[in-house]
Write a protein of this length. Structure first.
Lengths: 82, 131
């Protein structure tokens, strides 16, 4: 169920990229699909204030991951041409 | 040549990357007590990796490099999105509203960052042509 949720969110963002113009397509190339799917999947298990707490905790870790993503994207862009 | 036509291998790769990331994230959430650490897996750049792999495989290295650079602008928007989720969940205390506000912030900040990268790339290309 979660596999399908995550996969379909990523595939849906791909379809938006391919049906959009260059500028909007470029923006959706970095759509936080996995993060959103992970947050939405939390709502299947947790409710109310505990859902808010777990989502906040997950988001703090995701923030570190996002900064690492920026570094890896810049490194990939540079290294691919080397 | 890498084109924008629908390719089932491309979509299949994205489905596997996205699905595996969310599944791993959920499994880690059950195993690891620190929810913050698990959040790192939620930031897995599935869309970017699939785009770069497909562009490198069916296109050329320059296309793959440009996609990675463009994605770094989008990821700056993702960082603002996550910051907004944190802020809104703490202050608005509404899960759904926080996600809607964060997605709006993601869209506008990604657009601004991609425009900045565009200007930056144009300047670099101009300098290269002058040389």
């Amino acid at each position: 169920m979660r596999f399908l949720l995550g996969g379909s969110v990523v595939v849906a963002s791909t379809l938006i990229i391919k049906n959009s113009g260059d500028s909007f397509g470029g923006i959706f190339a970095a759509f936080p699909a996995v993060y959103l799917a992970a947050i939405i999947s939390l709502s299947m298990d947790y409710k109310g204030s505990y859902l808010l707490l777990v989502s906040e905790q997950l988001s703090k870790g995701a923030l570190v991951g996002m900064v690492a993503d920026i570094c890896s994207a810049l490194a990939a862009s540079y290294m691919i041409l080397r | 040549m890498y084109t924008n036509k629908f390719d089932f291998r491309d979509l299949g790769l994205r489905l596997v990357f996205g699905g595996a990331s969310v599944s791993i994230c959920f499994i880690m959430l059950q195993i690891i007590p620190s929810k913050s650490f698990v959040g790192i897996f939620a930031a897995f750049p599935a869309v970017m990796i699939a785009s770069v792999v497909m562009a490198g495989h069916f296109g050329n290295s320059e296309q793959a490099s440009d996609i990675a650079l463009g994605a770094s602008a989008g990821m700056l928007g993702c960082t603002f999105c996550v910051l907004t989720v944190n802020f809104c969940m703490e202050h608005l205390e509404s899960w759904g509203l926080s996600l809607v506000v964060a997605l709006s912030i993601w869209f506008f900040s990604s657009y601004a960052a991609s425009q900045l990268i565009h200007v930056f790339l144009e300047k670099i290309k101009g300098k290269r042509q002058q040389k």
